[in-house]
Every structure is written in C-alpha cells, then in structure tokens.
Design a protein around this ligand. Structure first.
Ligand SMILES: C[S@@+](CC[C@H](N)C(=O)[O-])C[C@H]1O[C@@H](n2cnc3c(N)ncnc32)[C@H](O)[C@@H]1O
Length: 272
C-alpha cells in the first residue's frame, strides 16, 4: 500500500503540472459520465443551490464541469493531499473552499458542515471505500448524494498479464509487487453498491466504463501511468521513472506495444 507521503509527493511534484493533459482522455470521459448521472437524476437544475465536497479533488476538473452547468449556485469544497494540485483547482474555481489534508480524516475537516453531494473520483485507489463510507454518511443529509468514479481491480488485464513474466519483473524492478498491493480499488460495481448500501446509500445510477488503452511505447505508457497520475506511486517505487535509454529500448522491444483496457465504475448513491 502506498504511504500518504509517497502519494503526496507523486501528485505534488510529478503529476500536478501534467494532470490536465489527460493522456488518452479517460479522466475527462469518466467525469462526463458522472456529470451525466447527476443530470439524469435531475440534479443540475439551475434553480437549486448545491454544496458539493470533492474528496481528493485534484485540479478541480469535476467541480469545474459542475460550475459550467450549475453556475454560481454551486458552493464548491475540496480536500486534497497535494498543495500543487489544489493550486490548479483554486485557479479554476476562485471561490473554492479547499484544504490540504487527508480525505481519510474527513471527520476533522469542515466541522459542522453537511453537503448535498460528496464526490470521490479516482481516490478510492488510495483511501479505501470502507474508510471513507462512514465519514461520508455522516456529512450527507438524507436525500443527498455520493458520486463515486474510480478504477477497479479488473483494470489493466494486459499489463497485469505482462507481470507474469519473471524476466519483465526483474527488468522493470517490479519484484514481488502486485498492482493490488498499492492500488486499493474496489473489485467491481457490486462491491461499490454493497459498500454504499451498508452505509445508508441506495445506488441510483451505476455503470462500468471500459475504454481501450493503447501504449505503443514505454514512453507513451509512462506519459499516462507516471506523469498522468494513474500509477505514479507504484511506478516510482519500482524506479521505472529513472529508466535509462538502454532499459527503455529493451522494454520497447519485449513488452510494447500493449493493447489494454481500463475498468472504471461510475456510481451515484442517494442517502436514505
Ligand atoms: C487521480 S487524482 C484524481 C483527481 C480528481 N478527483 C479527478 O477526478 O480528476 C487523485 C487525487 O487524490 C489525491 N489524494 C490521494 N490520496 C489522498 C488522500 N488520502 N487524501 C486526500 N487526497 C488524496 C491526490 O493528491 C490526487 O490529487
């Protein structure tokens, strides 16, 4: 499991300046599906005020999309470990109420405030749903919402299969590491729905987005996985970000191109 300092370093010092480039476009497409779910539930009606807390909000892409739809009726709040990600978010939403901190300690942030919607988007790989769920339930009023978007354990089957090769494990520095050791994602939509249910949320919308991924070269993979933020702490712990020209040349010959698939749950829960 990645430690909070490793994750904070990864997003603060490596990813913050690249995140919005969104290589392969998957973050933007996933967040649009989340916006679509809110719309289908009739929640983007411009007549209603909306206080929304985004946990692990990153550069504020989702709240930015909500602002475009809901205008000034959106009251945006966010928490993120990485100050440099927050800096980008603050530029995007000047009225953002944001704190640098651990989403897993939600109880200690914004004391006394409740929210119409709490978002956890691509953060449940770092803070497990089971830790977030009881704290989110305490902050959402009955009838309020939890929007979850995140990868599952079924993501990257081709890359995970490459991990069966002992030669590649040695070459990449993977050793005995498994993706699941550092990425704490739920198994699938069912697990997301069950965890929401156990904490008082009915799943009102749920889908699994499985976009294709193509990495023609090692460098293309690193643009996505390392600088793009998808697997940064894992790749850094393997030392792959320091791979020199010879290692990159060998990897290109024996491991690439890779045609893979993501597996992303997009879910909306409503508190009973
Ligand atoms: C993949 S990005 C997702 C950003 C944003 N939610 C989005 O969908 O574009 C993950 C974000 O979660 C933040 N993060 C990771 N662990 C965290 C934690 N324990 N508490 C708060 N933020 C965390 C990272 O700093 C990073 O900005």
């Amino acid at each position: 499991m990645s430690s909070a300092p490793a994750v904070q370093h990864a997003y603060n010092d490596v990813v913050a300046s690249h995140y919005d480039l969104d290589p392969q476009g998957i973050i933007g497409q996933s967040l649009d599906l989340g916006i679509g779910q809110l719309e289908q539930e009739g929640l983007l009606d411009p007549s209603r005020g909306w206080r929304v807390l985004d946990l692990g909000m990153g550069t504020g892409l989702f709240l930015g999309k909500l602002r475009t739809r809901a205008g000034d009726r959106l009251e945006p709040f966010g928490i993120d470990l990485a100050e440099n990600m927050l800096e980008v978010a603050r530029r995007r939403l000047p009225d953002l109420n944001a704190v640098a901190g651990d989403a897993g300690e939600l109880d200690s942030h914004f004391p006394g405030l409740t929210f119409d919607c709490v978002c956890t988007h691509f953060v449940t790989g770092f803070v497990p749903m089971a830790r977030l769920a009881p704290q989110i339930a305490r902050r959402v009023e009955p009838g309020g919402y939890w929007s979850l978007i995140g990868g599952t354990k079924a993501a990257y089957p081709a890359l995970q299969a490459r991990g069966n090769s002992r030669l590649l494990r040695r070459l990449t520095g993977a050793g005995n590491r498994k993706m699941d050791d550092t990425v704490l994602n739920p198994a699938d939509l069912r697990e997301v729905a069950d965890t929401m249910d156990a904490h008082g949320f009915d799943l009102c919308r749920g889908e699994t987005f499985e976009p294709a991924l193509t990495f023609n070269t090692f460098d293309e993979f690193m643009e996505f996985g390392y600088r793009g933020g998808w697997l940064t702490p894992l790749l850094e712990s393997m030392g792959l970000h320091r791979a020199g020209p010879i290692k990159r040349w060998v990897l290109d010959r024996i491991a690439f191109p890779v045609h893979d698939q993501h597996n992303i749950v997009v879910a909306l829960g409503r508190k009973r």
